[in-house]
Design a protein around this ligand. Structure first.
Ligand SMILES: *[C@@H]1O[C@H](CO)[C@@H](O)[C@H](O)[C@H]1NC(C)=O
Length: 375
């Protein structure tokens, strides 16, 4: 680039931010100089590998239960999922030993839930005579890989479920807990047992799940899946691979055009499992590239996996650094999934049911009649 054009670009970035919009008026993609410039549910972020300067980007998922309704089976909605939700930058050490591990997220589990994350991938270990969330290797937690006692995070989940009586949260556990009945005890102590969807009522042969409305009415608003097959019979915790297919995680799951099952999972197109999870994060989490990973590439992978899963859209999309994006990010990707699942459109906001009055007004004004918004 010539130095004169880069100067102009720089001036545009510096002054454009102030000129284009300000004080809470800026929309997704608009230049901004601080949080205060962006409209609600947006923040001001610099995805510098993709564009110069800061722009307003999304921070929340559109809630499909509110925008459409809860009349569909659980497996007809999509949920934003955080990979290693507990492995949070800046979390102080709870063991007194500095941590030597990798991080996957940047804000608390409560913030994640408030921003619309509805599934948490958690690694649970026996540690210090208790159950801890730990980012470790070889099934053993160490002082330098430990995050926190699992009860703390479970209490955050319980508090969210209690203050959001129409929401459903899914826990996907990489389960290294060997202490007998350790997890049921944990759920009881955290006040979660009352919300627990019994594994015995989960569809085992690829049938639809109950309708969300009915799950909410019954109080079955917490789904828990374990990676430990033995616990399904012994402790009533659903064995993940009986209910869900999942693509390869890590770099192997980010190769364009490829969506293969991870080794624990049945084939992606196995319809005896009615839930589909798509992993989209690097083997070694990369904060710098997360904003471009959660762009067109993520949506392309969701389309690839839709085909691989026998024309099924993912119910869960799992990412690292879920808030980083170049605009809509993982939030827009989740809205896309819900749109496709609910009404066959690529944004759930287009599925909003309109009043008949809206429809007739459009018929008079534009000669079009539709009960869906956006046609
Ligand atoms: C899933 O993938 C693994 C390879 O990672 C493979 O060994 C396994 O057989 C696959 N399962 C099915 C049902 O395709």
């Amino acid at each position: 680039m010539h130095s004169s054009s880069s100067t102009i670009l720089l001036l545009c970035v510096v002054f454009g931010a102030a000129a284009a919009c300000s004080s809470g008026q800026c929309k997704v993609g608009d230049p901004c100089s601080s949080e205060a410039d962006c409209g609600s549910e947006l923040y001001c972020y610099n995805c510098w590998i993709e564009f110069a300067g800061k722009r307003c980007i999304r921070t929340t998922v559109t809630n499909p239960f509110q925008i459409v309704d809860t009349s569909l089976p659980f497996n007809k909605y999509a949920f934003l999922t955080t990979h290693n939700s507990f492995s949070i930058h800046g979390e102080p050490s709870r063991t007194g030993v500095p941590r030597i591990t990798l991080y996957n997220q940047e804000d608390s589990v409560t913030d994640q839930l408030n921003n619309g994350v509805r599934a948490l991938m958690l690694d649970v270990y026996d540690f210090r005579d208790d159950i801890w969330l730990c980012h470790s290797k070889g099934g053993k937690c160490f002082d330098f890989t430990a995050f926190e006692p699992a009860i703390d995070t479970m209490r955050e989940v319980a508090s969210f479920l209690s203050s959001h009586p129409s929401e459903i949260v899914t826990l996907i556990l990489e389960d290294y807990v060997r202490s007998e009945r350790g997890l049921p005890r944990l759920f009881r102590d955290a006040g979660l047992t009352q919300y627990w969807f019994p594994a015995s009522r989960m569809p085992r042969r690829g049938e639809d799940w109950p309708r969300v409305r009915d799950m909410v009415a019954r109080g079955h608003r917490l789904l828990v899946f374990t990676s430990d097959r033995w616990k399904q019979a012994a402790e009533g915790i659903a064995y993940q691979w009986d209910y869900m297919v999942e693509n390869q995680y890590g770099d192997g799951g980010m190769r364009p055009g490829v969506c293969r099952n991870r080794s624990e999972s049945a084939a992606m197109d196995d319809r005896a499992r009615s839930l589909v999870l798509v992993n989209y994060f690097h083997t070694v989490p990369l904060r710098l590239t997360a904003c471009v990973d959660h762009s067109r590439r993520l949506v392309d992978m969701l389309r690839t996996c839709h085909a691989a899963a026998g024309d099924r859209w993912a119910n869960f999309v799992a990412v690292d650094y879920y808030k980083r994006s170049d605009g809509g990010g993982a939030f827009a990707a989740t809205d896309m999934l819900n749109g496709m699942l609910v009404c066959g459109r690529d944004d759930v906001r287009a599925c909003k049911k309109r009043t008949l009055k809206d429809a007739f007004r459009d018929l008079l004004l534009h000669g079009k009649f539709s009960v869906w918004r956006g046609w």
